[in-house]
Design a protein around this ligand. Structure first.
Ligand SMILES: NC(=O)c1ccc[n+]([C@@H]2O[C@H](COP(=O)([O-])OP(=O)(O)OC[C@H]3O[C@@H](n4cnc5c(N)ncnc54)[C@H](OP(=O)(O)O)[C@@H]3O)[C@@H](O)[C@H]2O)c1
Length: 292
């Protein structure tokens, strides 16, 4: 059977590997990219007959809405969605709707794309949604000195514009909080999709030397990049963990889990709060209605 797989962030260091490996296993792969020209260059390498390029700026819910429309119009059946795109910002900024950018890219874009593609994913079942997140949710200390890990927190809220406010803003914590929202939504969505043949899991790929890690290095320390990224996983190794959750036959039917690379792992207690999970889904769902 010809599987149709969607990979966001397909021009990224891990996304490129994920897309290439899916093509190698025989899938038709839809590359979701920010920069169409870079996407076309990757498509040329992978073979235009096996990949299609879809450009979208994932900070924009409207763009995600149009993206999903274009994908589902061409492919009424999908078998895999890898929400791999992610970003880290050194200063606080918001999108046109006032949503802080870590939340917009690392959570809301994947939420909206998944919801809008659910019909196609159900039609293609068994199918999988894989959310690429970060173990920063379990420890927001960038330098792991000192005693205890510091899991990310989440206060009750009724509107996504209230997440990661200006006051006390810390980029890495803001990034982790956006990934926490994705994990929480993943747990709730997996429950909702039980018996549909669509599974939803989150994976931390490991700490790999990629573009996003470069973005986390302050400009004054760029000269030491080589030293700072030595010892990190090569992107291909990070991608291997994503591909495992996306394709391993042993994970057929497995849903609602969080994997730290290849192993199922725990997430902070707050992530299992069902009331808060529903709040997250309700707050994000408002953007679903807004962009219809
Ligand atoms: N590397 C790590 O150590 C690590 C650890 C834990 C989790 N992760 C997660 O792994 C995933 C892949 O990241 P990576 O490490 O491979 O880094 P990367 O090379 O920076 O890839 C990130 C991808 O996301 C895309 N992206 C960012 N903002 C976007 C926007 N507004 N619209 C559309 N696309 C956008 C980027 O597009 P461009 O190519 O145009 O920049 C890029 O393709 C991310 O979700 C990241 O949070 C990484």
């Amino acid at each position: 059977m010809n599987n149709v797989s969607v990979v966001t962030g397909a021009t990224g260091d891990m996304g490129r590997v994920v897309a290439a490996e899916l093509v190698a296993r025989g899938d038709t792969v839809l590359l979701v990219v920010r920069n169409a020209e870079r996407g076309r260059r990757i498509a040329a390498q992978l073979g235009f007959d096996r990949v299609e390029v879809f450009a979208a700026d994932l900070t924009s819910p409207d763009d995600v809405h149009h993206l999903a429309g274009r994908i589902s119009a061409r492919h009424p059946e999908l078998h895999l969605l890898v929400n791999n795109a992610g970003a880290h910002f050194r200063t606080r900024d918001v999108n046109d709707l006032g949503v802080e950018l870590h939340v917009a890219v690392n959570f809301l874009a994947g939420f909206l794309l998944t919801e809008r593609l659910l019909g196609a994913l159900k039609a293609g079942a068994p199918s999988r949604v894989v959310n690429v997140v970060s173990d920063a949710i379990n420890d927001t200390r960038q330098v792991k000195l000192g005693r205890a890990p510091r899991p990310v927190s989440l206060e009750p809220f009724d509107d996504l514009t209230k997440v990661n406010p200006d006051q006390g803003f810390q980029p890495f914590t803001a990034y982790a909080r956006a990934k926490l929202l994705t994990v929480m939504n993943g747990y709730a969505l997996a429950d909702r999709l039980a018996d549909t043949g669509v599974t939803v899991n989150s994976v931390h790929p490991g700490v790999a030397a990629t573009g996003i890690v470069d973005d986390m290095i302050p400009s004054y320390a760029k000269a030491f990049r080589g030293m700072m990224t030595r010892g990190l996983l090569p992107p291909k190794e990070g991608a291997r963990a994503i591909l495992h959750v996306a394709t391993a036959p042993a994970l057929e039917g497995v849903s609602g889990r969080y994997f730290n690379r290849f192993d199922e792992a725990r997430t902070p207690p707050v992530s299992h709060d069902r009331g808060l999970q529903q709040q997250v889904r309700d707050a994000a769902g408002a953007y679903l209605r807004r962009t219809v």
